[in-house]
Write a new protein. Structure first.
Length: 661
């Protein structure tokens, strides 16, 4: 029969774990729990890394870890440090015995890995390395500096350089940059200097990173676990590129069927939730060996994963929902390979990658590689360096009903071949969308900023058999093969958009005008192939068809010239997003010209979307049926006999103000 184990800060690990004789640590319960059991954790603070010894058997016989109803349970990867001695002025010094850390001292471990750009792992003498350690004062994370002198006299950073654009932009919270630390590690202790800006660290709560993770098994195949209702915080996972073991505050670690729900996850040195890759299929070989590019090692990782059981039966199918995730240096949610067939929905994600202690090419609120048949639905993502980044093998992926605003960039999809769908989203940041891929369908979105297109002919990436991890082929991104139906585009000032510059075949516009010269259908595309050329170059750098219909272009946004039924209006239009002071509610205000309010679309299904050219796949749901894009931003279901305005709302009126979160 299923059992329930109870845990309390006042319990004992020699107790039986009953309600009246609870255990003291969650780890002890994790070693006792078997499929079907529940671990109920009572309110309090637990400083441990929970390492489940086993998982469930199937969705009905899972192991559930839950916070007791109505009680706040905090699990931290940090420890409190007392005994600070004043060094000079507002700078204090503490000596921490290395026994506190065990075999992992984050103050001795340098941040590093493939695609980390700054600090440059190839030039540590020019750009001093960062470490996985962190100091917190009443929950506020400090900035690491390279020398003891910089702790004594910190420099407030009023601005910083955006690494993608080279633009100088305001620092979100300049006063935070004066809270700094530096550490030196000896054989038996770690000395930390920190500038507390007038606070007494022996009175206030001061914590330091001690553990890599907070909730993660250390072996593979720990399946069907639910983690519900906790605060998970202050851990030191390593930089998580797609060619390395991807660590997080919480991570299934190459397993199947986890449910991570209703948690508050924050203050990860790198990633909050990892649904990602394990180490045996490659672990930063590009950096460590230096003999091949990371791109080549990533291809090898995909093929190696196939040999160890990368398929629906063994990995993925996770659910990550209703979590609040913030203050992570790299990502809120990361995943390569292990994120397949998953659902990520109703999460609130903010302040990701904006501290800018380091920079690399894997930073976003959600950063997924190979998100095969994965759904990202109704997430609120704001104040991030980048909202969502889908990279490689975006196939069967659905990005639906998300709200993104106040990010440097909203949605970036890279070197994939589709099919994937982006429907009923609000993309309200200055740089709304970057299409560095092919095979997408963009339906009923409100796109308030720029659209960037880029061709990629120097990287050939995989595509798959439909609804499968089986590789069907490889190809480059020639541009096009996209479908745009019933979207609203707003114009603006490209100088205000955060757009990478100087890239090959890159163009940024408001609207679909960047597709100028692309064929309007497959027949026109085929007619443009030069059959006198050798077979292997006939299709190289030939733009693919673009299908555009029923879109609305306002405020200077422009359509591609082949769109016959585009509505273009230069009358004033605006989009504004308002948060309540508490941040728990969001409304969107739309002011549109009358012409834009009329009914223009019906329900779009897979039957309305031409199959992708290269992968040759239809637009289907995960059951293999034609996909139905019939649920609007706020959850209203459209009917087959209805007609609807362009954009993400089924009911659109002048000056509409809609609560969307």
């Amino acid at each position: 029969m299923p059992r329930e184990f109870f845990v309390s800060p006042h319990g004992s690990d020699t107790a039986p774990g009953t309600s009246d004789q609870p255990l003291k640590t969650i780890n002890r319960a994790a070693h006792l729990a078997h499929p079907g059991d529940t671990v109920t954790v009572r309110g309090g603070e637990y400083r441990e890394w929970v390492k489940p010894a086993r998982g469930g058997i199937d969705d009905r016989r899972r192991i559930t870890y839950r916070a007791a109803d109505g009680e706040h349970v905090s699990i931290k990867g940090s420890e409190r440090v007392r005994g600070w001695q004043r060094a000079s002025g507002t700078t204090w010094r503490a000596e921490v015995p290395n026994s506190l850390f065990g075999d992992f001292n984050p103050f001795a471990v340098e941040l590093g890995g493939d695609w980390l750009v700054e600090p440059d792992p190839y030039r540590p003498s020019e750009q001093p390395a960062k470490h996985l350690g962190e100091v917190y004062l009443n929950g506020r994370s400090f900035y690491e500096v390279a020398t003891h002198d910089e702790v004594l006299e910190p420099v407030r950073r009023l601005t910083h350089v955006d690494h993608w654009t080279g633009l100088t932009v305001p620092t979100p919270v300049p006063e935070d940059t004066a809270y700094v630390w530096h550490a030196q590690v000896s054989d038996d202790h770690t000395t930390i200097w920190a500038n507390f800006q007038g606070c007494d660290p022996n009175v206030e709560l001061v914590e330091i990173n001690v553990r890599r993770s907070v909730f993660a098994p250390v072996v593979h195949g720990i399946d069907y676990i639910t983690v519900r209702g906790f605060e998970l915080a202050q851990a030191a996972p390593q930089w998580a590129p797609p060619t390395a073991e991807q660590q997080g505050i919480i991570a299934p670690n190459w397993a199947k069927g986890w449910i991570i729900e209703d948690n508050v996850i924050h203050d990860s040195k790198c990633s909050g939730v990892s649904l990602g890759k394990e180490a045996s299929t490659g672990d930063n070989f590009a950096l460590l060996r230096g003999d091949k590019p990371g791109y080549q090692y990533q291809v090898e990782s995909v093929l190696a994963a196939s040999r160890i059981g990368w398929d629906k039966e063994h990995v993925g199918s996770h659910i990550v929902r209703r979590n609040t995730i913030f203050d992570c240096g790299q990502t809120a949610i990361v995943g390569h390979l292990g994120c397949i067939f998953s659902v990520i929905e109703d999460n609130h994600i903010y302040r990701i990658g904006v501290k800018r202690e380091y920079f690399g090419h894997e930073i976003a609120g959600i950063k997924l590689h190979a998100a095969i048949d994965t759904a990202l639905v109704h997430n609120r993502i704001h104040d991030c360096s980048l909202g969502i980044w889908l990279d490689w093998q975006t196939q069967g992926t659905q990005v639906s009903r998300n709200l993104m605003y106040a990010n440097n960039r909203d949605l970036f999809i890279e070197v994939s071949h589709g099919p994937y769908t982006v429907d009923h989203n609000v993309l309200a940041s200055p740089a709304s969308l970057e299409v560095v891929c092919q095979g997408g369908a963009y339906v009923n979105n409100l796109i308030g900023g720029s659209v960037r297109l880029e061709v990629v002919l120097d990287r050939s990436t995989p595509y798959h058999a439909p609804h499968s991890t089986q590789i069907a082929g490889f190809g480059v991104v020639s541009g096009g093969d996209d479908r745009w139906i019933g979207n609203i585009f707003l114009g603006g000032d490209l100088d205000q958009a955060y757009l990478p510059g100087g890239v090959h075949h890159s163009t940024a516009e408001y609207g679909t005008a960047g597709y100028a010269g692309y064929p309007a259908g497959l027949d026109e595309y085929l007619a443009g192939i030069d059959r006198t050329l050798p077979d292997h170059v006939q299709f190289l750098d030939v733009r693919q068809p673009v299908y555009c219909a029923q879109n609305v272009y306002l405020g200077g946004a422009q359509p591609v010239d082949s769109e016959q039924d585009a509505l273009v209006c230069d009358a004033p239009a605006s989009l504004r997003v308002f948060e309540t002071p508490e941040g728990d509610s969001v409304t969107v205000e739309l002011i549109l010209p009358e012409q834009a309010l009329g009914d223009r679309t019906t329900v779009v299904t897979g039957a309305d979307l031409p199959p992708t050219r290269l992968s040759g796949a239809a637009f289907e749901d995960t059951a293999g049926q034609p996909i139905r894009l019939d649920v609007d931003l706020i959850g209203e279901v459209k009917t087959d006999d209805g007609r609807y305005p362009a954009g993400p709302l089924a009911a659109l009126a002048q000056g509409v103000v809609v609560r969307v979160w």
